[in-house]
Design a protein around this ligand. Structure first.
Ligand code: FA5
Length: 350
């Protein structure tokens, strides 16, 4: 047994000397000195020895174990030190190098203008409601007095969502991407009681694309439902918005126009804030810039939404957020809003 102990001692010393990492060294320790290791195996057999042999062999076994333990500890501290040194070498930092500049994000121009609009209209008592982008044709068209044959229902203008139902040619899915923010008028009138003074900003979608039209753009809707609301209230509200948003000298004019959900209907223009009506490329020399649509809410809209008309009446307006941002910040093409060129976005850091 003494020979086996001495043999194992030599073997373990060699294994300790050969270990190159603290992990492989630990494996050596487990193999020779662990509970299930070679030395423990031998020590378990000591019971079979005579008392004299047990004394001599036990003494030698203890010496060998103590010596291996101390060899292990000194090798372990050497390996750990050199592992730490090589890790520090790899992680060496040259604190004299110039730092990396961190890019800080900023609000997108559409978000910034939307916030501005909420703040401006908030000052005259409008509160914000949001509507779903995936909308039912009832809210986007029918309830807004847009009949089944109206051109805006055409596939050329509206993105229909395939609901998996087979239909005859010319029949469309009732699910669409909303083409304007006006469905929020219906949703609000159906769930809230007048007086209402609501604005609703958000994304809208149309099958439309050129330098001034984008398939996904943003609108803000505004509407008031109360007793004795007049066209003068509409014009006063739009004038307040135009002065607050574009500048104190800006005027607003209404031009008769048609939208099925208002009667009378009007497009509204702002006097060009860039050239102060002297004539420039933005207003194409006319001195006026088209901003959006507006009018007195049509009785059929009140009927669909369950509002008691003529006890209550009201006005509504809607405008393109990119459109007013283009005018105020001199953006040259609508694509700049979606290209995400950081040189464009960085100009609107607030
Ligand atoms: C409407 O969408 C009406 N819902 C507005 C309205 C509300 C009228 C309430 C009356 C009462 P229109 O289709 O004209 O109207 O769009 C309103 C504004 O959205 C336009 O003046 C324009 O600024 C913007 N717009 C329309 N199409 C696009 C497009 N494809 N890309 C970017 N902006 C657009």
């Amino acid at each position: 047994m003494l020979d086996r102990i001495n043999g194992l001692f030599e073997e373990a010393k060699l294994a300790i000397a050969k270990a190159t990492t603290s992990e492989s060294l630990y494996e050596v320790k487990v193999r020779y000195l662990g509970k299930q290791g070679s030395f423990s195996g031998i020590l378990k057999e000591m019971g079979k020895l005579t008392p004299d042999d047990r004394k001599t062999i036990g003494k030698r076994a203890n010496e060998v174990r103590d010596e291996l333990e101390s060899l292990y500890l000194s090798k372990e501290s050497g390996l750990k030190r050199s592992e730490l040194n090589s890790r520090l070498e790899k992680e060496r930092l040259d604190i004299t190098l110039p730092g990396e500049k961190r890019m800080v994000g900023s609000d997108h121009l559409v978000v910034r203008v939307t916030r501005e609009l909420c703040e401006i209209f908030g000052r005259i008592g409008f509160s914000v409601r949001l509507g779903p982008h995936i909308e039912k044709d009832f809210f986007n068209f029918d309830a807004l007095n847009i009949g089944p044959d109206h051109a805006s229902r055409d596939m050329q203008d509206t993105f229909y969502i395939d609901d998996g139902v087979e239909r005859k040619t010319g029949e469309f899915s009732p699910w669409i991407l909303r083409t304007h923010t006006s469905p929020v008028q219906i949703r609000s009138m159906m769930t809230e009681k007048p007086p209402l003074r609501i604005m609703s900003p958000g994304g809208v979608y149309r099958s439309d694309s050129d330098v001034s039209h984008s398939p996904h753009f943003h609108q803000v809707e505004g509407f008031v439902v109360d007793e004795n609301v007049s066209m003068a209230d509409l014009k006063g509200t739009l004038g307040f918005f135009a002065r607050e948003f574009f500048g104190s000298e800006v005027k607003v004019r209404l031009r008769p126009s048609f939208f099925p959900f208002v009667e009378p209907g009007a497009e509204f223009d702002a006097s060009c804030p860039l050239c102060k009506q002297k004539g420039c490329s933005m207003c194409k020399g006319s001195g006026w810039i088209e901003i959006g649509g507006s009018g007195m809410i049509h009785p059929n809209v009140f009927k669909s939404a369950g509002i008691e008309y003529p006890k209550y009446n009201g006005f509504a307006f809607g405008m393109g957020i990119e459109r007013i941002a283009i005018v105020k910040y001199g953006v040259t093409h609508i694509g700049a809003f979606t290209e995400n060129d950081t040189r464009f976005l960085e100009q609107f850091r607030s």
